[in-house]
Design a protein around this ligand. Structure first.
Ligand code: NAP
Length: 302
């Protein structure tokens, strides 16, 4: 399988590249990406998702497209300019990508496009399979627009799988690297009342799921990219403290404090999504890390 990856320089992208043979990548700075990702033997092309369509020549001989590019949701304050960037990098970006795919005389067979569990909004204890109703907040609407643009590739005979990704756990980057600081100084604590469900996934399982979706013709539509055992924020806090051998006795961080510290993103940290990977499991995907404690032990084993 010859693959093309967008957002390949990111946390998930680099882990995915390690599983691919001589991938092509699209980056806002192709020259920088080719240097940074040299160990993966990539060929890189420049593409700014919001500004134009990607170059058709990048897709020569490509069977599978993995689309991960998008402005970071978890870093930086959500100013109105930032919200436009997060949205447009995904919605206009995916529209531009699909416009090139549609124009190709020989098209890739499959598009695996990232989405997020933010699609579901804040759902308390409700168990969320892929058929659950989407919410109406900013992030949920962003995810719906992002998915709609990706699904448009089906009209051009391209199979589309949408991976609604949860909190990705892995070494050196992603959500864990942001969470760890207070834990290392003994200040790890639940957020809000700690009852919100956190749908997490080990990065190794996520990239394996993406490949599984690419390789199996019967897989299409949305798949929750989450482990089968979501935990509450309180349970997550305890498990993370145990994994790095630090206490978690501090009182919970109240919601208003999170909003003061992180602005609108602070509220997202309190959203509850008890998402389960129903579609992936029905398709026969097997998780290496179905439970949180072994996943964290693996990540912090060194
Ligand atoms: N990590 C998670 O926990 C998580 C959870 C849910 C969903 N997701 C989604 O999964 C995808 C991959 O996640 P990730 O953690 O690997 O993301 P990441 O580390 O932030 O990388 C995303 C990549 O997108 C490109 N990018 C950044 N800002 C951009 C902008 N303003 N316009 C266009 N492209 C931009 C960059 O590639 P270049 O610099 O090479 O262009 C960057 O390396 C993202 O779309 C993310 O929203 C991730």
């Amino acid at each position: 399988m010859r693959a093309l990856v967008t957002g390949a320089t990111g946390f998930v992208g680099q882990r995915l590249l390690a599983l691919l043979q001589q991938p092509v990548v699209l980056s806002r700075d192709g020259a920088r990406a080719e240097m940074e990702l040299a160990k993966f033997g990539v060929k890189a092309f420049s593409w700014n998702p919001t500004q134009k369509r990607p170059p058709a020549e990048a897709f020569t001989g490509v069977d599978a497209v993995f689309h991960l590019a998008g402005d970071s949701v978890a870093s930086g304050r959500w100013t109105s300019a930032k919200k436009v960037r997060m949205r447009e990098s995904r919605i206009a970006g995916t529209r531009n990508l699909v416009a090139t795919l549609a124009s190709l005389p020989v098209k890739p067979k499959v598009l695996i496009s990232a989405s997020a569990v933010g699609y579901y909004g804040d759902c308390g204890d409700e168990v969320l399979a892929e058929s659950a109703t989407p919410a109406g907040d900013y992030l949920a609407e962003l995810c719906q627009g992002w998915e709609r643009e990706a699904l448009a590739a089906e009209q051009h005979g391209i199979r589309v799988a949408l991976i609604r990704i949860g909190i990705v756990l892995g070494e050196k980057g992603g959500a864990l690297s942001k969470m760890l600081k207070p834990f290392y100084v003994g200040a790890g604590a639940p957020l809000g009342n700690g009852k919100q469900y956190m749908p997490w996934i080990h990065i190794q399982d996520l990239v394996k799921l993406m490949l599984f979706a690419a390789e199996n013709d019967f897989v299409h539509g949305p798949l929750n990219g989450v482990a089968p055992s979501p935990v509450t924020n309180r349970e997550f806090t305890k498990s993370l403290g145990r994994a790095i051998r630090r206490p978690t006795f501090m009182p919970p961080v109240p919601g208003f404090m999170l909003r003061l510290m992180f602005g609108e993103f602070g509220s997202i940290l309190l959203n509850s999504q008890r998402a389960i990977p129903k579609a992936a499991e029905q398709a026969g995907f097997k998780f290496d890390y179905a439970d949180l404690e072994p996943a964290l032990q693996n990540i912090f084993k060194k």
